[in-house]
Design a protein around this ligand. Structure first.
Ligand code: ZN
Length: 168
């Protein structure tokens, strides 16, 4: 088991569109294993590869209370959606920040599992939100991109202050 370092905003890789995985080889398998370990240790309900410094389209998600429902998706995409919802979200890459984020209520996700098999997963509730949150990371987006400009300015001001304090 190895734990990876979770990068935090404003790390530039979090702003980059991640590239698709072309071949699922040993390196990808190892990365996925480490991502799952890192997600569980955090603890978090989802993690995207750019958050651990790999600009690749891979996500791990587990929204179960028992922590036995790991879903790994490679090159995931949302193929259909329905309805609207909004709930409070946090992000492992933006510590100490929570905000209500508008999302699609139901989504169907398509992607590959670790053996390269195509998966199609209908999701709603926290699972649907988690998929949307992690896929945003693959597109270089974080939750602060989905809040109002006013709230975003406030967040950035606070962050600047925090960074300035850390440099003292
Ligand atoms: Zn996140």
């Amino acid at each position: 088991m190895s734990l990876l370092t979770i990068l935090t905003y404003p790390e530039p890789i979090l702003r980059k569109r991640a590239r698709p995985v072309e071949t699922i080889d040993g390196n990808i398998e190892k990365l996925v294993e480490d991502m799952a370990d890192t997600m569980y240790a955090a603890p978090g309900i989802g993690l995207a590869a750019p958050q651990v410094g790999e600009s690749l389209r891979i996500i791990t998600v587990d929204v179960t209370e028992e922590r036995e429902g790991l879903i790994v998706l490679i090159n995931p995409e949302i193929i259909s959606w329905e309805g609207e919802c909004a709930g409070e979200e946090g992000c492992l890459s933006i510590p100490d920040f929570k905000e209500v984020i508008p999302r699609k209520k139901k989504v169907v996700i398509r992607g590959l599992d670790i053996s390269g098999k195509e998966m199609k997963i209908p999701a709603e509730g926290i699972l649907a939100i988690s998929f949307q949150h992690e896929i945003d990371h693959l597109d270089g987006m974080v939750i602060i991109d989905r809040i109002s400009g006013l709230k975003r300015d406030l967040f950035k001001k606070k962050l600047k202050k925090k960074i300035a304090q850390q440099q003292l």
